[in-house]
Design a protein around this ligand. Structure first.
Ligand code: NAP
Length: 229
């Protein structure tokens, strides 16, 4: 049975990715700050923003045994216009969205002894969006790292891609834009397909990218946003 680690697996998009992979026969290792009560299998509880607990968790990850896939899905948003930004606004967003995925890749690559697949979850906000300086910049960094890792890891049979969603009907987007809200109306109006992406569509794409049959698709940042960008 192939093993995949999914970060942010306890809720939102990550939970749907974990369920989808499990339904397809993968052994899924979850990672987040808290393990859901109904989680079956290994789960690494860690605050990715905390250097000390992250180092401890990386040691745990290094002892997990052979691994096939890693989905760097955990992420945090960050807002504020540039004229109001403080050092601290960058710290947590970059720790969780940039540093942690990179260190997790470092810990997981030695476990991918028969090749592997890495999927990073970016955001179309990386193109630049008002009041999203820190979040957008962190996702642009993740896209850049996706391409760098694809180049560095191809010789090991490890393919690295990113999914780049617009608004998704889950987690972050739904918390800020409930059904019927002005925010949802604006998002729909800006989307040629007039629909918000379902989390299952992100999960299906992740599953596709993780398949061993995908043998030559690497270094790509694949946008799924109903044509909005
Ligand atoms: N929803 C959207 O519209 C949308 C659009 C584009 C991209 N994305 C991206 O998709 C990914 C998932 O987003 P979502 O909407 O599902 O968000 P969400 O519901 O807020 O879930 C975020 C996940 O990340 C984990 N996480 C956050 N901070 C963490 C920390 N310090 N340590 C460990 N885990 C942490 C959370 O677990 P705990 O808080 O329990 O630890 C949770 O599982 C994110 O990378 C996001 O940027 C989302």
């Amino acid at each position: 049975m192939r093993r995949c680690m999914v970060t942010g697996a306890n809720r939102g998009i990550g939970q749907v990715i974990a369920k989808t992979l499990r339904a397809k026969g993968y052994d899924v290792i979850g990672l987040a700050r808290s393990r859901p009560s109904d989680w079956v299998g290994d789960f690494v509880e860690v605050d990715l923003a905390c250097e000390v607990t992250l180092e401890r968790a990386l040691t745990t990850v290094g002892e997990l045994g052979q691994l096939w896939g890693l989905v760097n899905n955990a992420g945090v948003g960050g807002g504020g216009v540039v004229t109001s930004l403080e050092h601290t606004d960058f710290r947590q967003v970059f720790a969780v969205n940039v540093t942690a995925p990179a260190l997790l890749v470092k810990a997981c690559v030695p476990l991918m002894t028969s090749g592997g697949r890495i999927v990073n979850i970016c955001s179309t906000v990386m193109r630049g969006k008002a009041e999203r300086t820190t979040y957008g910049a962190s996702k642009a960094a993740l896209a850049s790292m996706t391409r760098a890792w694809a180049l560095e890891l191809a010789d090991r049979g490890i393919l690295v891609n990113a999914i780049n969603p617009g608004p998704v009907d889950a987690g972050m987007f739904r918390r800020n834009n409930p059904e019927g809200s002005e925010g949802e109306r604006r998002a729909l109006a800006a989307t040629p397909t007039h629909r918000i992406t379902d989390p299952s569509e992100i999960a299906d794409l992740a599953r596709f990218l993780l398949r061993p049959e995908n043998r030559n698709l690497t270094g790509q940042v694949i946008t799924i946003d109903g044509g909005a960008t």
